[in-house]
Ligand binder design. Structure first.
Ligand code: ATR
Length: 471
């Protein structure tokens, strides 16, 4: 081999293989390949003769490292967790000062922070990078959230810009901040994705069980909505999936698919981190919980048999326009929660997350891509960073116009016994947040009674304890 490879991909599962092809194709890179099951590297090269000149399969870690030009850029795309630590440990003695190791897997950002700290004084420059968009994204253009030091990003950024998705020509990649910032933002992206999908599924449930729409009719509604304010990849694929017919039975595909949702855990991570940061993420929580309940199908069948309440009340005052408005409003609220989590994390970890930029790079390549994100970018690009998107004039207008519909939809669904956990969580958060006199005064009184936890008063400064009557 005369010229050395400009980048290496270690881990050639679905994501790694697609990323390697993207790097060779759109990226214009010469890509060294290595995989634990070594034959996969040669197989990938053989299967893609069009990139024969730019794919360099290797059959040992040593040869992989040797195949790379310095400073080496190595993208790890192995299973998240122990495999990443193992591969870093194996690479470490083979690498030179300034070599860059990028973990592009779905890492827990806490692990990324730990790894960044462990590698701080080593020759390796470590980058934790969130890659969103699934296998198609990896191959044709993902949304990329890079962490690590800014000077390392200056080196890898130009390559990432070439392989990233483009939104009106702008690459969907940016530097999020040091250590775990990239993986954290990816985690919150997934949490928002859970909430967005659950809300869409709840609205589909109302169409199906409350309004009696057949899948094909619901498909038409989503397709129509995709031309309006809700336009997004998730609304688009809702229309596509609902319209699809099962070739075996002639029934709509969605009607033969088991109603149990899978999950890989990133939604749960988002919720856990929000809780640790003491930020409300109720729409995300509701979405994770709904997936959990969905997976308990046998238990639902047994409970359903006990509580068969007969015919439910008919929905009144809920038409498709109200559903559209309700979904849009709840979506704004869910995204507001997602961005508050990131704002809080940014402060806590000293990241200075580029919030407007995050909305910008989510406009293409990733699952929650939508035009709607433009408005979020505008909100964070304004001179003053908003405390909460719900206070930004553009969203205030939309929420004021849509909250009545959300209220009606949630109320009618509840009366009809149709579960709407994420939509109602959005509404409850909204009502809680705009309630100037809450009810935690009673909680504080109770805490003071049973634990002398003290309370503050409205009419004077200080911390107080009251001698409550004995109970
Ligand atoms: P995918 O990318 O297909 O979604 P994944 O499970 O996240 O799947 O990652 C699979 C990749 O991680 C494979 O390249 C796998 O190597 P093998 O082909 O040898 O199975 C790699 N991988 C998993 N555990 C690993 C480990 N402990 N060390 C090195 N590579 C590992």
């Amino acid at each position: 081999m005369t010229t050395k490879a400009s980048v290496g991909v270690l881990g050639l599962g679905t994501m790694g293989a697609n990323l390697a092809l993207n790097l060779a194709d759109q990226g214009g890179q010469t890509v060294a390949l290595f995989n634990r099951t070594t034959i996969k590297a040669q197989e990938l090269a053989d299967a893609n003769p069009a990139f024969a000149k730019s794919l360099v399969p290797t059959d040992s870690l040593e040869r992989f490292v040797e195949a790379l030009a310095t400073p080496r850029i190595i993208i790890l795309m192995v299973q998240a967790g122990a495999a990443v630590d193992e591969q870093i440990a194996a690479l470490k003695p083979l690498l030179d000062k300034g070599d860059i190791v990028i973990d592009a897997g779905n890492a827990d950002f806490n692990d990324t922070r730990r790894r960044a700290a462990q590698l701080k004084d080593s020759p390796i420059r470590f980058v934790g990078m969130g890659v969103s968009g699934g296998e198609l994204g990896a191959r044709h253009g993902p949304s990329i959230m890079a962490g690590g030091d800014a000077d390392v990003y200056a080196i890898i950024g130009p390559i990432l810009e070439r392989i990233a998705a483009k939104y009106q020509g702008a690459p969907c990649v940016a530097h999020m901040g040091p250590d775990g910032a990239g993986h954290f933002v990816k985690t919150i992206h997934n949490g928002i994705e859970y909430a967005d999908m659950e809300m869409i599924a709840e609205v589909y449930g109302i169409m199906r069980d409350g309004l009696g729409l057949k899948a094909a009719d619901a498909a038409k509604v989503f397709t129509r909505w995709n031309a309006g304010d809700l336009a997004s990849y998730l609304i688009e694929i809702s229309g596509v999936t609902l319209a699809e017919i099962d070739p075996d039975t002639g029934k709509p595909m969605v009607d033969v698919i088991v109603d149990e949702a899978g999950q890989k855990g990133t939604g749960r991570w988002a919720v856990i981190e929000a809780q640790k940061l003491a930020v409300s993420a109720t729409t995300l929580e509701a979405a994770v919980s709904a997936r959990i309940i969905s997976a308990h199908r046998a238990e639902r069948a047994r409970t359903g048999a006990i509580y068969d309440l007969g015919a439910t009340e008919k929905l009144t005052g809920v038409d498709l326009d109200a559903l559209e408005k309700a979904l849009e409003t709840a979506k704004i609220i869910a995204y507001a929660q997602g961005f508050v989590i990131m704002q809080e994390a940014s402060k806590t970890f000293g990241w200075n997350l580029p919030l407007g930029k995050i909305a910008e790079i989510w406009r293409a390549g990733c699952i929650i891509r939508s035009r709607f994100l433009d408005a979020i970018t505008r909100a964070f690009d304004a001179s003053e960073t908003p405390e909460n998107l719900l206070q930004v004039p553009e969203f205030v207008k939309r929420v004021k116009a849509g909250q009545g519909a959300l209220r009606r939809v949630v109320a009618q669904a509840v009366l009809a016994g149709i579960p709407v956990p994420a939509l109602s969580a959005a509404l409850a958060y909204f009502d809680d947040l705009r309630r100037r006199r809450g009810t935690a005064n009673l909680i504080q009184a109770q805490r003071d009674l049973f634990g002398a936890h003290t309370f503050r008063r409205l009419d004077r400064d200080g911390v107080f304890h009251h001698e409550w009557p004995p109970v």
